[in-house]
Design a protein around this ligand. Structure first.
Ligand code: GUN
Ligand code: ZN
Length: 429
């Protein structure tokens, strides 16, 4: 085994949930601290001098004033939408039909799927993202492509075959049975291999028949340790459509609940226009909601109630929702979460924003014990941030009175230029 590596700089420590404790005591920015990496894990964390004394044989990489953070965790993305990000002028259903479905049809070609998987993981790594939870397309080759590429990179990933048996074009529809069979085969092939996990992935109620939702529910019941990811209450027109497709359902969530698709390992993307019963049930079962702020403004969906949902004790992660979302950057995504908070009269603290992008999303994925926090024994996935990456940010950072104010300037104005380095599984990539 190579000598352990010592990274020194400023270090972000996560001690508690900053929505339930004062943000500045829940997370701390420590100066002249460090991490020792060994065997792909964090072997030690503490003041740099202590680590130099306790680990005399380490190779040191000094990041100075840079901030060593947990790698960003993007809890909801569609890697197949990489090339159609920023497509103009449509709301959800028209956007899916005009841009998304035609692009997803191309993933029948395994070579195209492999090309986009590699491009996507390059772009996310350049933005400091070390784990994504992604939808694929209906084609098993799209899952194989992303899993294979992530495996070669030693990267933790969650992904699943997107299932749809109605209201989608030719070439993008399966049946309840083929969705079950192909999902099961992919799950068996990839779940638990290296750092890969399979997520059961019905796209959303409008594109699944009740029979297909039931088949997905049956598969989840056989593999309850898997995550299940889908979309919930994103746009008002979509909700009205769901109610017409499922006239017996009490609400949108009930279309999932009635088919075995509500559970503690469920991830519900968007969750903007929730009814009281839906909130109560999500809270009761401990499901996770995923906030996708650049998507919710870009597609015109609405304003997620972060403050209210967190105060009520919901589990919430943060995500780009590439390519309904308009950025691959979790920094830009944090900025959009701040802006949405402002539009609701509830500004989020920098510590809350960075927590959402790291520990919050990791906990949403039920991986908070492995990623999202810099702690002894955690996996060595890191984003190293330069807090003066452009002249505009540097001059604002100069005026900052403390490290949180400095970090906030990078959250609001930063992009991939702020990411000095990304470490995945103990290796700089
Ligand atoms: N709802 C169903 N599919 C999608 C998708 O691909 N993107 C978004 N934003 N919402 C969806
Ligand atoms: Zn989505």
């Amino acid at each position: 085994m190579p000598d352990p590596t010592l990274l020194t700089g400023r270090v972000l420590r996560t001690l508690a949930d900053p929505f339930s404790t004062a943000p500045e005591s829940a997370l701390r920015i420590e100066t002249d601290w460090g991490l020792v990496l060994e065997g792909g894990q964090i072997a030690d964390i503490g003041p740099a001098d202590t680590l130099r004394r306790d680990w005399p044989r380490v190779t040191e990489i000094a990041y100075g004033r840079d901030l060593i953070c947990p790698g960003f965790v993007d809890a909801h993305a569609h890697f197949p939408q990489t090339a159609i990000i920023a497509s103009w002028g449509k709301r959800l259903i028209d956007w899916l039909n005009s841009y998304t479905f035609p692009e997803e049809t191309r993933f029948a070609d395994p070579a195209y799927a492999a090309e986009i998987a590699s491009r996507y993981l390059d772009l996310t790594a350049a933005n400091g993202t070390t784990t994504v939870c992604s939808f694929c397309t209906i084609h098993p080759a799209s899952v194989d492509a992303l899993m294979e590429e992530a495996r070669q990179r030693g990267q933790r990933i969650v992904a699943g075959r997107t299932c749809m048996d109605r209201n989608a074009p030719d070439g993008l529809r399966d049946t309840a049975q083929t969705a079950y069979d192909e999902s099961k085969a992919l799950l068996e092939a990839w779940h638990g291999v290296d750092r890969l996990s399979y997520a059961i992935t019905p796209r959303f109620s409008p594109t699944s028949s009740p029979e297909q939702l039931a088949a997905m529910g049956a598969l989840w019941a056989e593999h309850p340790d898997c995550l299940m990811q889908t979309h919930l209450s994103e746009q008002t027109d979509e909700i009205a459509w769901v109610k017409s497709l499922y006239p017996e359902a009490r609400d949108y969530l009930d279309t999932y609940e009635a088919h075995g698709l509500l559970g503690p390992n469920g991830l519900y993307g968007h969750a903007i226009h929730l009814e009281d019963r839906e909130k109560d049930r999500l809270k009761e079962v401990g499901a996770a909601l995923v906030h996708c702020p650049t998507s919710n403004t870009f597609i015109g969906s609405g304003l997620f109630d972060m403050a209210g949902l967190k105060a009520a004790g919901q589990r919430v992660g943060l995500a780009t929702d590439t390519g309904g979302g308009s950025s691959f950057s979790m920094l830009r995504t944090m900025a959009a979460a701040y802006e949405v908070g402002q539009l609701r009269g509830t500004p989020l603290h920098a510590a809350q924003l960075i927590w959402l992008a790291t520990a919050g999303s990791a906990e949403a994925l039920r991986m908070g014990d492995r990623i999202g926090t810099l702690a002894k024994g955690a996996e060595a996935d890191l984003a190293i941030l330069d807090l003066s990456s452009t002249p505009a940010i540097a001059q604002r950072a100069d005026r900052a009175e403390d490290a949180w104010e400095e970090l906030f300037a990078t959250i609001m104005m930063g992009d991939d230029r702020a990411v000095r380095a990304t470490w995945i599984g103990g290796r700089a990539v």
